[in-house]
Design a protein around this ligand. Sequence first.
Ligand SMILES: *[C@@H]1O[C@H](CO)[C@@H](O)[C@H](O)[C@H]1NC(C)=O
Ligand SMILES: *[C@@H]1O[C@H](CO)[C@@H](O)[C@H](O)[C@H]1NC(C)=O
Ligand SMILES: *[C@@H]1O[C@H](CO)[C@@H](O)[C@H](O)[C@H]1NC(C)=O
Ligand SMILES: *[C@@H]1O[C@H](CO)[C@@H](O)[C@H](O)[C@H]1NC(C)=O
Ligand SMILES: *[C@@H]1O[C@H](CO)[C@@H](O)[C@H](O)[C@H]1NC(C)=O
Ligand SMILES: *[C@@H]1O[C@H](CO)[C@@H](O)[C@H](O)[C@H]1NC(C)=O
Ligand SMILES: *[C@@H]1O[C@H](CO)[C@@H](O)[C@H](O)[C@H]1NC(C)=O
Ligand SMILES: *[C@@H]1O[C@H](CO)[C@@H](O)[C@H](O)[C@H]1NC(C)=O
Ligand SMILES: *[C@@H]1O[C@H](CO)[C@@H](O)[C@H](O)[C@H]1NC(C)=O
Length: 596
Amino acid sequence: MMPLVVTLLCLCILKMGGFSASVTQASVQSDVQCLDWGVWSEGAVQVYDGEVAWLYCPLFSHPTLYSYNQTQNSSLSLLWYRHTRTHELEQPINLKLHTLHKDREYLWIQPATAQDAGLYICMLRNISSCVKIGVELEVIQRDKECDPGTRPHLNLTIPMQSDRTLECPDLKTLTLPNSTYSVTWYHLCRSELFIGNRELKGDDLVIYRMYTPYAGLYTCVVSYQMNGRTLQFTRAINITAVVANVGSKVPDILNPASDQIYTVTLGDKATLSCRVHLPHLFKEKQEIWWTIDNKTVEQLADPRFSSPEATLLSEYFGDETKERLLHVMDFSADDLQKEFNCSARNSRGFNTSRAILKSQPYVPTLELGCGLGVTLALMLMMFVVYHVFWLELLLLYRSWFGSDERYTDDKQYDVYISYARNSEEEEFVLSTLRRVLETEFGYSVCIFDRDSLPGGTITDDTLRFVGQSRRLAVVVSPCSTVRGTQALLELQAGLTSMLHGGSLRVVLIQFKPVRWKSWVKELRQARLALTLIRWQGEKSAPLSSRFWKQLQLELPMRRTTDKHMPLPDITQHTHHAENTHPGKEKLIDCYSTSAL
Ligand SMILES: *[C@@H]1O[C@H](CO)[C@@H](O)[C@H](O)[C@H]1NC(C)=O
Ligand SMILES: *[C@@H]1O[C@H](CO)[C@@H](O)[C@H](O)[C@H]1NC(C)=O
Ligand SMILES: *[C@@H]1O[C@H](CO)[C@@H](O)[C@H](O)[C@H]1NC(C)=O
Ligand SMILES: *[C@@H]1O[C@H](CO)[C@@H](O)[C@H](O)[C@H]1NC(C)=O
Ligand SMILES: *[C@@H]1O[C@H](CO)[C@@H](O)[C@H](O)[C@H]1NC(C)=O
Ligand SMILES: *[C@@H]1O[C@H](CO)[C@@H](O)[C@H](O)[C@H]1NC(C)=O
Ligand SMILES: *[C@@H]1O[C@H](CO)[C@@H](O)[C@H](O)[C@H]1NC(C)=O
Ligand SMILES: *[C@@H]1O[C@H](CO)[C@@H](O)[C@H](O)[C@H]1NC(C)=O
Ligand SMILES: *[C@@H]1O[C@H](CO)[C@@H](O)[C@H](O)[C@H]1NC(C)=O
């Protein structure tokens, strides 16, 4: 019963002491179960290759549990084992080696080399009980006598202007007579002549007045003779300068300042910032907190209020400026009446400051932003749609809002097609252009052919037909530029009619690329004011091509409800038009001859 209680007690105390041990029962000797405390990570020892190392058995770091003096009187004995990477089993230390030496609770290695690195296990054992713990030895190489990157064995902060005596750490452990050892001091790896405000006194280094340049890494090297060998060890102290230990050390609240106004938005989240200057005090807890009507956030226990831990904003020779935030969700009008105070405290005093609040109406920026974003996106989309489908849109618009010219004029034809009489263009005009315009779109088309009108005056007839048409479609080609041709005559007629306020509009169709230079003067002038629709061969052939859409846009509007069924209506209408207008015969002439 008793050993169990003791064991549990040990367990608790050792756990509290920061042992990172997993407690397992391991059998070392067949007859005794050994309590294994694992490895004591904090006790890990780092040593330079070739220097002296000593390992402390961590079991004795809790004298209430195990004290070395007591073990001397009891039957317990202290044993050291090694656990190398190569050997799975723990090997008893061979104390016969002249480098290894056991001294009370220490194991000395004089000197340590790379082979000595590894896990050491110290074990307390008697016939009926056993306990063990591991400690790591790390052997590090160094190129130079002094390494500025050495991990310090001790960190010290020294206030400016004050004095301090530096002792080489662990020197006391070395129980040697004076004469047989020496201590060398370095500052930032320089073996300085410590004069003036710093001085070597015996083994120690005394700083009479601390200044900023005296901060940094100090290294002391202890060397001694033993059994005819020179041994040494190195220790490092990192010194940080802090502000002089004078003046008021009461926390100073920078924000909320007395004349500062915090703007909060009703209904929105409010964040109040408290910034406090905390003068340097040695290892002292300094607190910053918010109160609402003299209640801390914890006392209030309202989920709307939260205050994360203070964060360090800046540090100057140990003086710190810290910030603590208070978040209030859904800030209400009631909250405006509350007293929001930021307070700070250390051992030297307490300060508090109230945050003056002012409210502003809630502006739903997020919602507005979203709305604006959606609007912009829509506009962009419409912009894109317009640029891709502008022809379709224009056609659609016209089909809804445009007016049918047939009801407002008394013209006979929708289009008069003017073209050069060469085989290629004739073929295009007769078999493609005319066919599509008449049968697919339902336009009435006039194509003048000189040969078809024996007897008449070409000029008069041409002018008349052109005058009876709503549009003049000029198929531009190198041939149409030849003076004195029918095509030129038609063009001139059309342009004259258009320029003199006639209700005729001229549309240019480019069947084959024509060099601008070769255009006749009339055409060149006209080109600047008129739309040129380009035939792009195969690509333009389908009815859905850009060519036909552009052309449709230039021609009078036809309200067709069904693309496949427009013909009967239009023909009827054409008949109707023919019946109500004089000059029907002539027009049919023109029409029929062109079809031939
Ligand atoms: C152990 O005994 C030594 C003398 O032998 C004494 O100096 C030391 O203070 C003792 N330690 C404890 C922890 O009692
Ligand atoms: C150990 O035993 C000696 C006598 O043998 C006694 O004087 C001493 O006080 C004991 N030490 C402890 C720590 O019990
Ligand atoms: C062995 O050590 C334990 C714990 O220190 C002690 O209680 C026990 O009496 C010792 N046994 C013997 C035989 O000395
Ligand atoms: C000294 O301070 C450094 C950080 O600057 C820290 O990593 C180290 O553990 C400290 N050493 C000791 C012995 O406190
Ligand atoms: C060690 O030196 C101190 C003075 O530094 C002296 O008082 C003491 O007697 C010396 N001890 C030995 C053993 O020489
Ligand atoms: C010494 O301490 C200072 C301040 O704490 C730190 O910036 C510096 O890195 C430390 N030097 C070493 C070698 O640990
Ligand atoms: C509080 O802060 C003020 C400045 O804000 C400072 O002057 C004062 O010393 C601080 N301490 C007390 C107790 O007022
Ligand atoms: C705030 O509350 C504390 C106790 O929590 C009390 O000591 C202090 O006097 C109160 N301060 C004011 C201004 O009411
Ligand atoms: C809040 O701070 C003001 C000074 O700004 C102080 O007068 C008041 O007593 C403080 N209130 C509390 C509850 O600490």
